[in-house]
Design a protein around this ligand. Structure first.
Ligand code: F58
Length: 831
């Protein structure tokens, strides 16, 4: 083994260049063996799959270090503005494959492993994905980090290192069961703990006024608890860009000294309690859609990571300059929704209380630094904290917020004299009944830019949720339509399509996806079409195999793969899809010869554990599926699958295998959607409403290559204000009535009429999301889809055109817009 140590070139050796680039298969082989031995402490004979995975991961990580260390050294360069992306969630997905793609060493790694008798694909499957997010918002943060590094923009993603990420979903008897996500169980080779980068975070207590040595009255926050945040760093490599950015996640720990007093007086239990509280903060990710109002721990999490992150930025800035006056030139801080919006008050506190700034100067720096992205219009999803709870955790911040609010409302009153209603509507404090802190208002007042995530969403934001803000400060508003990274969502997950495209137009599209337009001349090319179909067919076969293994259901890769994967929520209308399937089922039952295009319906998505209706929808999908799948009359023409545990890893298998992408939310409810983009990039056609980014996808791919149906956002709001009566639709539409009656009558619940009663009642009496109003349009549109699928040539052309015209939806485009319109950040010069 002596020999093998010598074989790993030290950074000072001549072989460094080769080692660093990591392109040589031999060097990689050597490195893997060395990590197996020296890091995993395993002889070859005893190495488990996880040992091999870890050894490979460390060997790959080594190859990221040069770029990473170089990028970290740029943090000290005062000329360079750093983008700081504050997000309670980063849904990164498995790192290994992505890093191999971005470093350009997928094939050398495959070869190196083959020489060692190992299969790369097997090791890729060994990685437990870090599920540190709920869905779209967390995944967007991850795509943006990929693009920032690819575009060579110095950036830090700041968040929480949850010990348990989003729960793992199992399906038991058709119901969702949640299992703790123990993603750290076998170790995490991608992170580097930085025990020397820690910050203290105060919680609770009270404030005191005192006069400082200059005679100024200042405020001191006397907390009743202090916790410590420890940095865990993960490198984020750009796609062959030479830049590796930083994801810095905070883990909460106890401050050793804090309850020393308690130990000394023998109060052992009190000391241990403090430790438990500290460690609880970063323990678990909150699943969404549950009312947050009572969750002190959630507010604690938000403050914890924001405070650590801002303290870290202050430290980095002070390494560059000796005053915080220029802080906004060092950092552009983006608030990913309102979860980090306490940053407004925290940055003020750091400047005013800890660094003795005057209020006005501090406020100017704060607003110049921060910008806010809104991701939802749903009123129930807008964060607000009850005042007493807020005061008990963040007493100093509440005082600061009062002062921010007082000054802000004074300005408003000056311009709009006498309009008390306006002031009440704009106030950061909601005073209608019980009092709350409205976090979207705090974020809006404290930011120099506010953006929505799709054109329609931004318009609706200006007309509804933030209307008053828009009217007083229109210049603050921007739209930045979401995007997704083509590296993970095409190159890594769809190698077949990647190869085919690259053979025709080269690989420039990976960083410049507008080049995909170069595929248009081939749309009608026979050979190209067949190759295109073959890739899709192979992806479908792979998925069919996985479906068989996970659910026992056999599906036919020749059928139309009709896919609806996303979080389960009433506004996303998974149950509208159920009504469609039942309608087709009934057509076959009424006429066994009916001409129904064979389809495989694939559902996937998690329901928040406390969201009863969403869980009932999962049960309905499974119960209905059981009846349809086992009915001999259907004779395999329709198959329903609920693919359990939809996450990034599973998404990478599902999107490339889809023929039809279901984007059927009630218009005006889905801020953007990003799954819609992943499907279309992989050649699925979309059936969708004019909601979120669907509008722009349709514009780009052409109306003739998109299946549009349903009410517009304006029609939805008109229909609702005119007093919507779902029973009218139920009365008029025979197929609809039949489907609903069957659900109510127990056809899918072994005769149990009670099981789906809450769902049926909701539909017939309220139907908040207008399923009944959109039902017929949806069914008719699906009939057009079925007909179109039979014309394979035409379908393939549409599929190619979808991919060719999706360039706009790369996260690189979105990040360029953030850089120029909001952050004023630029790429590092090429070395
Ligand atoms: C999503 N929001 C939007 N929130 O629903 C989707 O339209 C959009 O494309 C995406 O953001 C990215 O902009 C979303 O995923 C959450 O998951 C929250 C997490 C924290 C609790 C509340 C929901």
């Amino acid at each position: 083994k002596q020999k093998s140590v010598a074989a790993v070139p030290s950074p000072a050796d001549e072989g460094r260049e080769e080692f660093r680039r990591g392109s040589a298969v031999d060097a990689l082989t050597r490195a893997i063996l060395d990590h197996l031995y020296f890091t995993q402490a395993r002889p070859l004979t005893l190495a488990t799959r996880n040992d091999w995975y870890m050894a490979l991961a460390y060997a790959v990580r080594d190859r990221m270090l040069d770029d990473w260390l170089k990028s970290l050294s740029h943090l000290r360069n005062r000329e360079l503005k750093i983008v700081s992306y504050l997000s309670a969630e980063f849904l990164m997905g498995p790192h290994l494959g992505n890093n191999l793609v971005n470093l350009g060493i997928m094939e050398p790694a495959r070869e190196a492993l083959a020489a060692l008798g190992q299969d790369l694909d097997e090791l890729l499957r060994q990685e437990e994905e870090p599920g540190l997010g709920n869905g779209g918002l967390g995944r967007l943060a991850a795509c943006y980090l990929d693009s920032l590094a690819t575009l060579r923009v110095p950036a830090i993603g700041y968040g929480i290192r949850y010990e348990f990420g989003i729960f793992d979903q199992e399906i038991r008897d058709g119901w969702q069961a949640e299992k703790t996500d123990k993603w750290l169980r076998l170790g995490n080779p991608w992170e580097i703990c930085r025990p020397e980068i820690t910050y203290e975070v105060k919680v609770g207590g009270h404030t005191e006024r005192f006069t400082d040595e200059k005679g100024c009255v200042r405020v001191r926050w006397v907390p009743n608890k202090v916790v410590k945040g420890v940095a865990y760093d993960t490198p984020v490599a750009g796609y062959r860009s030479g830049v590796t950015d930083l994801l810095r996640l905070w883990k909460s720990e106890a401050v050793e000294s804090f309850d020393f007093q308690a130990f000394n007086v023998g109060d052992y239990y009190r000391a241990v309690e403090a430790k438990i509280f500290s460690e609880t903060i970063s323990k678990v990710l909150y699943p969404n859609d549950e009312p947050e109002i009572g969750k002190a721990l959630r507010l604690g999490q938000q403050y914890f990571f924001v405070s650590c992150s801002l303290q870290d930025m202050v430290r980095i800035h002070l390494l560059r300059e000796n005053s915080l006056d220029t802080f906004a030139a060092s950092f552009a801080v983006q608030l990913n929704d309102t979860h980090p919006s306490i940053a407004v008050a925290e940055l003020m506190r750091l400047l005013v209380d800890e660094h003795q700034f005057e209020w006005d100067a501090a406020w100017q720096i704060t607003r110049a630094t921060l910008a806010y992205t809104n991701h939802t219009l749903l009123p129930e999803a807008l964060e607000k904290w009850p005042l007493p709870l807020f005061a008990s955790i963040l007493p100093r911040h509440l005082e600061i917020i009062y002062e921010i609010n007082r000054r802000f409302l004074d300005e408003v009153r000056l311009v709009h004299q006498g309009d008390d209603q306006l002031a009440a509507r704009l106030s950061i404090i909601d005073e209608n009944g019980e009092r709350y802190v409205r976090m979207a208002h705090l974020a809006s007042v404290g930011s120099h830019a506010i953006n929505g995530v799709a054109a329609l969403h931004t318009e609706l934001l200006k007309q509804t949720v933030l209307k008053d803000f828009y009217e007083i400060h229109p210049e603050l508003f921007r739209n930045v339509t979401n995007g997704v990274t083509p590296r993970r969502w095409m190159v890594l997950s769809n190698p077949g399509l990647t190869r085919l495209i690259t053979e025709r137009i080269g690989d420039g599209w990976v960083t410049n996806p507008d080049e995909l337009r170069g595929l248009e001349p081939f749309v009608a090319d026979q050979t190209f079409q067949s190759a295109w179909q073959k890739v899709k067919r192979e992806n479908k076969s792979v998925l069919a195999g996985v479906i068989k293994a996970r659910t026992g259901i056999v599906v036919d890769p020749a059928s139309l793969f009709d896919v609806l994967v996303k979080r389960i929520h009433e506004y996303k209308r998974q149950h509208l899809k159920v009504l469609h399937i039942i309608t087709l089922y009934n057509r076959i039952k009424h006429d066994p010869q009916a001409d129904v295009t064979p389809r495989t319906f694939i559902f996937g998505g998690k329901a928040a554990p406390g969201y009863f209706m969403a869980k009932l929808i999962i049960k309905l999908v499974n119960s209905m599926g059981e009846v349809v799948n086992s009915d001999p009359d259907v004779a395999d023409r329709l198959k329903v699958v609920f693919f359990p545990d939809f996450n990034v890893t599973n998404g990478q298998m599902v999107y490339p295998a889809a023929d039809l992408s279901e984007q059927i939310s009630t218009a005006g409810k889905e801020a953007s959607g990003t799954g819609n983009m992943k499907f279309s990039l992989n050649g699925a056609l979309t059936i969708g409403t004019l909601d979120g980014a669907n509008v722009e996808i349709r514009e780009e791919v052409g109306a003739e290559n998109f299946f549009l149906f349903g009410l517009t956002a304006a029609e939805v709001s008109d229909l609702k204000s005119g007093g919507y009566d779902p029973r009218k639709w139920y009365g008029e539409k025979t197929e609809l009535r039949e489907a609903i009656d069957q659900i109510a009558g127990g056809l899918f619940s072994h005769g149990d009429r009670g099981l789906f009663q809450p769902l049926v009642e909701h539909l017939l009496n309220r139907d908040d999301y207008l399923l009944l109003a959109d039902y017929q349009a949806y069914i008719d549109c699906q009939d057009r889809v079925s007909a179109a699928f039979r014309d394979r040539k035409r379908w393939t052309e549409m599929s190619i055109l979808n991919v060719a015209r999706m360039g706009k939806f790369s996260s690189d485009r979105a990040i360029r817009e953030y850089c120029s319109d909001i952050w004023q950040a630029s790429p590092l010069p090429q070395d």
